[in-house]
Design a protein around this ligand. Structure first.
Ligand SMILES: [Zn+2]
Length: 304
């Protein structure tokens, strides 16, 4: 099994995580962040099962965002074997659900977006794309319910669902059936990677923020708290009691600053302010000189 494309946290999730530490997010944004986090945790769990149980020859592509003929579609995970392309839509739902006339509901009766609609759309768009590229591989599409606290009542045996109790067996069986992967399969995988687009512009999807409104300070890399004790040599988190190096935290803060304010020139003064004036100014300058590219003249030095 070869992973051709690894999964990464989306820029939107990274951005919302950063903002969550430094402003009070509104309820819809907070909910959105929690959902994205939950989804990402589910996908990582899926990846770990794939790594453990998919032993045969196969190519794995994670998290593709494909634009074809003006339509964009997203694929959580794709496994290319000798004769089939397996498409997975991963859902990290927890609790009791029921199917009713092809619709998905919470057990309480509240309807939720049917993952089958999304799955069918993605399969159809993928089918068109593969046909266009002359591929003869079959497509098998499934919704994977990854959370082991998920229960679905009234599902039909023919529904394209893989439940937590079936996932390991699914990959074991897939491994035993897969034959030799050839040049064509690699060609297809590289074509898919080549049409993958990086994230949509994340800045537009984040809530509005400006530098003045954000809480300043270096933040704990374990729990995100900005309540740290900084001594000459290291930092301690008042919340989770972990100890961290000042250099690591300043470097991380600069990355965060650049992410949230990509157009802003990063100067020592700005970083000092961003870190809540908690770290010695000279130390900040030294860290910037060591870890970032120096640009500009002596009087207007900034770091890239
Ligand atoms: Zn902490």
């Amino acid at each position: 099994m070869d992973v051709i494309k690894e999964r990464e946290k989306s820029k939107l999730l990274i951005g919302l995580n950063y903002l969550d530490k430094r402003i009070k997010l509104g309820d819809p944004d907070k909910r959105y962040l929690l959902n994205l986090e939950k989804g990402f945790i589910g996908e990582e769990l899926f990846d770990s099962v794939v790594k453990q149980y998919l032993k045969g020859e196969a190519l794995v592509l994670n998290d593709l965002l494909i634009e074809s003929k003006g339509t964009t579609f997203q694929i959580d995970s794709l496994v290319v074997t000798s004769d089939t392309v397996y498409l997975y839509e991963i859902k990290n739902y927890k609790g009791d659900f029921q199917m009713n006339s092809g619709q998905l509901y919470y057990i309480s009766g509240q309807e939720i977006t049917n993952p089958l609609i999304q799955l069918n759309r993605t399969r159809e768009l993928l089918r068109q794309l593969l046909k266009e590229w002359g591929s003869r591989l079959k497509i098998e599409a499934n919704v994977v319910f990854i959370n082991d606290s998920f229960t679905l009542y009234n599902a039909k045996i023919e529904d394209p669902f893989i439940f937590p109790t079936q996932l390991k067996e699914h990959f074991k069986e897939l491994s035993s059936r897969s034959k030799v992967i050839k040049k064509d399969h690699h060609y297809l995988a590289s074509k898919l990677v080549s049409v993958h687009k990086d994230d949509l512009p994340y800045q537009k999807q984040l809530p509005f923020y400006k530098l003045d409104d954000l809480i300043k300070g270096i933040s704990c890399c374990y729990c995100g708290s900005v309540d740290l004790i900084v001594t000459q040599r290291s930092c301690y988190c008042k919340f989770c009691y972990k100890q961290m190096s000042i250099e690591d935290l300043v470097t991380e803060s600069v990355k965060e600053l650049k992410f949230l304010f990509p157009d802003q020139k990063v100067t020592t003064t700005l970083v000092d302010e961003w870190c809540g004036n908690s770290v010695n100014y000279r130390k900040i300058r030294k860290i910037l000189q060591n870890d970032f590219m120096v640009s500009g003249t002596t009087s207007g030095t900034y770091y890239e």
